[in-house]
Design a protein. Sequence first.
Length: 267
Amino acid sequence: MNAEIFNERSDYKNPSGVVYSQAPASTPVISIIIPTLREEEFLERTLQNLQGLALPHEIIITDGGSTDETLDIARRYTDEIVVWDRPKRQTFGEAKNAGAALADGEFLVFIDADVLIPEPETFFEEALAEFNKNKELVALTVPLKPLAENRSWIDAFFCIPLNWFYIVSNNVFRSGNSSGEFQMIEADVFRETGGFSEHLVAGEDNEMFRRLAALGRTLSSQKLYVRHSLRRVHKLGWLRVYGIWIKNGLSVAFRGKAAYKEWLVVR
């Protein structure tokens, strides 16, 4: 793994020279893994949103080489930070796998840096109840809603088919599909898959859920949801983004590779 991992409390080096963080004193139930790249606009709000969470947890930031205030913000809330140090741009799969390699939780929770979880304590209690209720369940995703301050009827309208696509895919056809804004996966099952496909510049989230569906049940909750900035669609437009998603999704499903050489960074 070509990354450097810092822990400002207690670091040690393995023989390869990479710095790894020691596990916290109490084992977390969930490991919240947040990939970042120049996320100074949203990251602090996302991390503040998680501060009241009493459920044993850890927060792992896996950064792709930010040159803004992202890492300074991250260090205010966690000392488990993975920093990408290679010259090529990091893929989402590489970022998420780097965080998962550091995680000690029973469940791995992958969220974007511009995602807010409403009432995190209640949210995760209900999410864990889904796993307890269904022993075949290996992964959970949830619908997306826009951030409260920038929602519009257009956002609400276009979120509906997207959310129902994931509900039907997982809950009816059991084929496994999920966007990357929120994914909660049993850690042991995640490791059984070998992690996210690192060669994909986009679509690694859906591809992961399809592989998980072969190992157990995947579910899209109809009670829970997360709020998202929707910054990509606000910049590019819903129809264009839908086209990009469909084109890339079909390419990953039928060709095993992304339709694009690089995923556009929208900030």
